[in-house]
Design a protein around this ligand. Structure first.
Ligand SMILES: [Zn+2]
Length: 444
């Protein structure tokens, strides 16, 4: 008789998408999880012949895939969702968002808001996200409490803000935050100089040095609008990507959000330096910033991933819809219906996302030795039958409401669509409370 090895849990599904280099798809598959890690993944019969567990979840009518990765957001901005829509970027930012941030930002605000953002993201199958904001300890604390994996970039600006009056103070705060969180199992600290138009080349170099000192990601906005291109050219006589490359900032530790206005020379540089690009299609569309040349970037070998950006410019945190929107928009603008197909979109939303955030060996695919960051979705839905191609269904037809179970690091953080790590009603109640304070006339 064969002695079975013990696992903490076995996850079963009709379809298991490994998202490994061969894009292996397992029919009637299973994943054995032990100590937070995947110890075995393969056909259910094979896994059952090797591992046993008291807890078996999933089963018929389910699909399992790696947790989705949101490579660019400002999670706490969920509290500004819908506060100011349908406005030009400059008016939106300068007359609405910045004044609201100046008035309301605090560790309490950010901590409460990030709980809501993490709840929203987990319900949409996102298990890892990359944040750029202020009050990093509050962000990291809430992400950890809710049980999400997060890369938290400490925001840096050249001008005074709520958290610092000088550039030195921003960096002192950032280094303190990095030391508080480095080595944590779920939260990776990072450094986030906002953009080339809000951070001087000297500030960028300083941020790069800090990233190098601790071996942490550097997260920035890059070439988001046409205005930025002319502004940087006016100030420095260069295009933004060329400017940053000239001062040695660009390499594989960099996550560059947007890259809407990049030409062929800049695309080659991004590919050569192995910069990870976060494509934020819905935010770019809503703010009419333009459409990033994603097809050209992919062709040049740039690792393009998906970001939601903040909920004030999206207005949700949903990578399923980013995949669907991007796949459709890039077909339309390139005139090529084969562009950005469903498998490519899934790869960008999973393994490439994790790799871009420096966590490629930890998560992003369902492979033995990696963390059990797993999404289980229900296929018994009107919009998901019949089923010919599972990748197509996930990218073009699936909604967050189809997602019932989410594991992060082997822990069930979403069970039957409900959060297990905190009280959902309480998180919603706090959000409504802040909404009433921010705009008493408009909030119930
Ligand atoms: Zn952003």
């Amino acid at each position: 008789m064969v002695t079975l090895s013990r696992a903490d849990m076995i996850v079963k599904a009709d379809y298991v998408l490994k998202m490994d280099t061969d894009l292996t798809l397992i029919r009637n598959g299973a994943i054995a999880v032990r100590g937070g890690k995947i110890v075995c993944v393969g056909p259910a019969e094979g896994v059952a012949g090797t591992y046993s567990a008291d807890t078996v979840i999933g089963g018929t009518g389910k699909v399992a895939f790696p947790g989705l990765v949101n490579t660019h957001t400002h999670a706490a901005m969920v509290y500004f969702r819908g506060l100011a829509d349908d406005l030009p970027l400059k008016v939106w930012l300068e007359e609405h968002i910045w004044p609201a941030e100046e008035k309301w930002l605090s560790p309490e605000f950010v901590g409460d808001a990030v709980e809501l953002a993490c709840l929203e993201m987990l319900k949409a199958g996102i298990t890892l996200y990359s944040d750029m904001y202020f009050y990093g300890d509050a962000i990291a604390g809430s992400a950890k409490k809710i049980g999400m994996r997060a890369v938290v970039g400490a925001g840096i600006l050249d001008f005074p803000g709520k958290t610092a009056r000088t550039i030195d103070e921003y960096f002192t705060n950032a280094e303190k935050f990095i030391n508080n969180w480095i080595g944590d199992g779920l939260v990776v600290p990072g450094i986030a100089p906002h953009a080339p138009y809000t951070c001087s080349p000297e500030t960028m170099i300083r941020a790069k040095e800090l990233s190098g000192k601790y071996g942490i990601p550097l997260h920035l906005h890059l070439s988001e609008t046409e205005w930025e291109i002319s502004e940087i050219r006016k100030r420095y006589g260069k295009k933004p990507v060329v400017l940053l490359d000239g001062i040695g900032v660009l390499d594989e530790t960099v996550i560059a959000a947007h890259c809407v206005w990049v030409d062929d020379e800049e695309i080659s540089l991004l590919a050569e330096r192995k910069v990870g690009v976060s494509h934020c299609i819905e935010s770019n569309l809503k703010l009419a910033s333009g459409i990033a040349p994603v097809v050209s970037m992919l062709k040049a070998g740039v690792k393009v991933t998906f970001g939601t950006d903040g909920a004030a410019s999206n207005n949700d945190l949903n990578i399923l819809s980013e995949m669907s929107t991007a796949a459709k928009v890039h077909k339309a603008v390139s005139g090529d219906p084969t562009a950005l197909d469903a498998r490519q979109a899934m790869l960008m939303a999973t393994r490439w996302g994790a790799e871009t955030l420096g966590l490629g060996s930890v998560t992003g695919s369902l492979e033995e030795g990696k963390a059990a960051d797993i999404v289980l979705a229900d296929l018994k839905k009107p919009h998901l039958v019949p089923l010919y191609d599972i990748y197509s269904h996930i990218v073009y037809s699936m909604n967050p409401s189809d997602i019932g179970t989410v594991l992060v690091d082997g822990r069930v953080v979403l069970d039957k669509g409900e959060l297990t790590t905190a009280d959902e009603a309480d998180i919603l109640q706090k959000a409504r409370g802040w909404g009433r304070k921010i705009s008493p006339a408009h909030s119930p």
